[in-house]
Ligand binder design. Sequence first.
Ligand code: HEM
Length: 528
Amino acid sequence: MSSPQAQQQQAGTFKQIDAAEVAKHNQKGNLWIVVDSLIYDLSKFAALHPGGEAVLYDEEIAGQDATETFFGLHRHEVLLRPQYKRLIIGQVAGEEQQIIPPPPGAPSKIPYAEPTWLQEKYHSPYFQDHHRHLQREMRKYVDEHVHEVAQRCEANGKRPDVELVQQMGKNGINAMRMGPGKHLQGRKLFAGIKPEQFDYFCEMIITQELVRMGARGFGDALQGGMVIGLPPIMNFGSDELKKEIIEPVLAGEKFICLAITEAFAGSDILGGLRTYAKKSEDGSHYIVNGTKKWITNGTFADYFTTAVKTDEGFAVLCIPRSCGGVETKQIKTSYSTTAGTAYVTFDDAKVPAKYLVGEEGAGIPVILSNFNHERWVMCCSTIRASRAICAQLMMWTHQRKAFGKPIISQPVIRAKLASLISQCEAAQAWLENVTYQMTKMDYFTQAQHLAGQIALLKSWSTRVSKDVADHSVNILGGRGLTQSGMGSFVEMFHRTYKFDAVLGGSEEILADLGIRQALRNYPVNEKL
Ligand code: HEM
């Protein structure tokens, strides 16, 4: 069956013009060029062309077919922008468009762009029909509803459109991002997935499909705070607290964030934490003083799931902004301000005692309980993002020519791709194995047996991203350092891959945790 574009063409949507006629329009004020059979009238646009006017009057470009040159210099999406589509005046008679973007939701045909379970002819023991259905629907949803908002917010730094978050609440995606559990019971889920079908592979699919939008700051902006800030309430909150907070947050009516790190305490939360909550004599409230730093979604959060010290020891308070004494200031980081990364100050914030999450003095398990899940989510994202960059490299090296040949014809480029792709394949395979173990272990067993594995996987995955980021910039050259144009995705990845290496526990701390966990089970009587 022919594509919609080909059908339009057959229906005569584009005026058919002979190549000889096109060739006559080859000068200033009267300039046509051909890209992929379509004729663009650049007579007026030439003066506005971001790549300059002069390049367009070259004798091999003006009035000629410039397809190959065009794709060596521009992303395909340039041609899909409405302002440039309007420049099309016809089609070269007898020619057909060849370069048709895949329809929304379609799998990529670029080698290694998809994990093996999504590649034709490959099999997987882990993924069933409902996983495949969810993946297709989620990709379509992201392409059609999220991609445009993501690119816009990443660029303008504004918080995500509340309408999008609420739509994701209505269709069940927000609840699904919280993983399998009781909160899904009786809920209508996205793509018709039944609550009892929903497992960690489903959650992995949702996370990995969202990552493909290639907007790192927006990735965290879009309910990153909920993914890490809501679990303590779900797992340890009183019924009253759950009732007040969970549904409004899942519906996108209220926003929440996790406020643990401070300028005084990063990975050493227990040793360095200074935010202090003093209980009132009558026990009715706490007075909280202190600061929190690098708090994702903090600038627009309504609730702050906050680690504090009390006279009884550590505790977690879910502090509503509305209680007063809470100020947030935007921190500018290497990714977009859309993520709402905040410096938070609590200045005599009067927090009713009902906002205590769990027991006073027993805050440590509340804080630690979600770390494995949070780190696993980060593995899902960072591994998928690295693969997406490999796909960009495949395309770039295939269409970019140097010394008269595509650069993929050079062995050194193929060797780099081989190394990066192998690392991505290995990381995804390890991730799928860990995910499978998670589907078989309850939360407590996971904490006992998977914390080390997940820590090592995260630590190693971000080492993989480092290699991907480093080599991809070398391969794209200056474009890998430029925020617009062909290397824009690579530039963003290189600028932001470190977030996953630092957030949720830094690489070195996690690598160490992986080994320390293993040593706990060391068989004392085994000798070399
Ligand atoms: C339909 C026709 C064209 C349109 C709409 C167009 C549009 C653009 C746009 C939007 C950019 C900014 C960078 C980007 O977003 O990728 C750009 C850059 C550029 N364009 Fe074009 N262009 C067209 C044709 C051409 C042709 C035929 C040439 C051939 C010489 C050319 C040469 C360049 C160059 C050299 C740059 C700078 C690339 C860079 O800095 O990496 N353009 N063009």
